[in-house]
Design a protein around this ligand. Structure first.
Ligand SMILES: Nc1ncnc2c1ncn2[C@@H]1O[C@H](COP(=O)(O)OP(=O)(O)OP(=O)(O)O)[C@@H](O)[C@H]1O
Length: 470
């Protein structure tokens, strides 16, 4: 293991020009091994070592033990040690996110501040080769924009310096062996075993299969990821200069490009140009665009349909005007309009003809009961969400029934009046699939993924309640 890590650090020149590092230590075997390894090799690399531990105040007793484990090691070797109690629960509540996400966000914010204050060139985390495999597999399955590398970066800009991961070339088993051999005291994170978290399911189900096929899969994936990262960085640079060539107009919330010029560049750069523009317009950094948005814009530009306007999400609209393609950010109305498609406000309240749809992020202790008036779904898979009224040919894959059902048939079966049928909201996901006809039917296969799930609740008007009861 020691040899592999030295080789990895040398090959990627991870500590070149680095004089001091801050190691993020949770108390688990990975980061304790990192602390021990770099401490014992500090003279070889000529680096100053500092350590930091974030106390998330979640599982109080065990979190105190985590802190003590790291603190004791640092005391023993006289390593400068920093720790902070982070208000994770409050932050999660205020930002309507899971406690896991909140802990990560707060931790990285604090660590970034520390690296700047302590004037260190690098933050070091102990992500390893197994983490790399899990991350790549999760991204492949869940979906990501394949113009970037899917895995964990060996090095990326962070604070005034870099975030570095020297263990990406070795496995968890190698790290555990190292801890045993060196007699390092470590803590076990119980949450690593719960199948409630997506990553743990991959760790338990997918990882053993891959390792059985090729015990060096982590080395392969690490290399592939690095090559993809280098290729993407190069192509993105090219796309930036192509964008300048095809740009006809650029205003604060508006970009116009020439379709002819766009079509003359390579398809690989076309996708990147669209991504660049959509990202420039995405001021609040919501998780967007998705690859499906890029495909939609590509087809808008290639197959001229002048009447077509795309609503990408985050208030960004794309439309054509002869040889021009316009990208424009507008304010999204919070009330639905019967003849257009609107993005659902997340989290928030959207008024519809039959009542209000309340959307919130799922909290750990929230009581929810899925039914016709409530839907829970995975944010990453489905958002942005849209609502619109029915169109001819609309169908849903109902839960509990094989095959699809016509929305028009559903309205007839449930004796919804003709005038209400025209106003009834339908909920669609980013791919345009109908997920929910509020109060009437849910689609199959929209089970929540606990990491970041949205709860949608329809609060119908009195009139609708009476109508449905009657
Ligand atoms: N409480 C903590 N305090 C300091 N560092 C931590 C803490 N928890 C995790 N880390 C650092 O982050 C690394 C990754 O840990 P883990 O996989 O649990 O975190 P994560 O939330 O998935 O992080 P990431 O978003 O970086 O993948 C650890 O090896 C360690 O270096």
């Amino acid at each position: 293991m020691k040899k592999s890590v030295h080789k990895f650090i040398r090959n990627y020149q991870l500590l070149e020009g680095v004089r001091s590092v801050l190691i993020a230590v949770s108390g688990g075997p990975d980061s304790m091994a990192m602390l021990d390894f770099l401490w014992k090799n500090r003279e070889w690399y000529n680096i100053r070592i500092l350590a930091a531990h974030a106390h998330h105040q979640l599982r109080e007793e065990s979190a105190d033990q985590d802190l003590l484990t790291v603190q004791n090691y640092c005391l023993e070797y006289n390593i400068p040690f920093f720790s902070k109690r982070l208000e994770v629960k409050e932050y999660a509540k205020a930002n309507r996110m899971s406690t896991q996400l909140a802990a990560r966000e707060l931790r990285y914010k604090w660590l970034e501040k520390l690296t700047i204050e302590e004037n260190v060139e690098a933050l070091i985390t102990a992500h390893h080769g197994d983490d790399q495999i899990e991350t790549i597999m999760m991204k492949q399955v869940r979906g990501y924009i394949p113009i970037q590398a899917p895995g964990i970066s060996v090095r990326r800009p962070f604070g005034n310096g870099y975030l570095i991961r020297p263990f990406l070339g070795i496995t968890k088993a190698e790290i555990e062996n190292y801890c045993n051999e060196e007699g390092i005291l470590t803590r076990i994170d119980e949450s690593n075993f719960s199948t409630k978290y997506t990553r743990n399911r991959y760790r338990q189900e997918i990882l053993p299969f891959i390792k059985n096929e090729n015990s060096q899969a982590h080395v392969q994936m690490q290399r592939q990821n690095q090559w993809l990262e280098d290729d993407s960085a190069f192509l993105m640079k090219l796309a930036e200069s192509e964008l300048n060539n095809i740009l006809v107009q650029k205003k604060e919330a508006h970009y116009s490009i020439s379709c002819d010029s766009f079509q003359s560049i390579h398809v690989s750069l076309q996708r990147r140009v669209i991504t660049l523009i959509l990202n420039y317009l995405n001021i609040d950094n919501s998780p967007f665009p998705a690859s499906v948005h890029i495909e939609q814009v590509m087809s808008l530009i290639h197959h001229t349909d002048p009447s077509k306007q795309l609503h990408i999400g985050a208030g960004v609209f794309v439309y054509r005007d002869y040889n021009l393609c316009h990208f424009s950010r507008r304010k999204v109305s919070h009330e639905t309009n019967t003849d257009s498609i609107e993005e659902l406000v997340l989290p928030g309240v959207t008024k519809t003809a039959i009542g209000e749809i309340h959307s919130t992020f799922l909290e750990e202790d929230m009581e929810v009961r899925e039914g016709r008036n409530q839907l829970i779904l995975a944010y990453d898979e489905h958002a942005p969400l849209f609502i619109r009224t029915r169109l001819t040919g609309d169908r849903i894959n109902p839960i509990g029934i094989n095959g699809t059902k016509k929305i028009s048939r559903l309205f007839i079966d449930r004796k919804i009046s003709q005038s209400l049928r025209e106003k009834w909201p339908l909920l669609l996901n980013k791919e345009g699939n109908i997920l929910w006809v509020p109060l009437l039917m849910r689609a199959r296969g929209v089970e929540p993924i606990k990491e970041k799930a949205i709860v949608l609740t329809m609060k119908p008007t009195e009139e609708i309640i009476n109508n449905l009861n009657g």
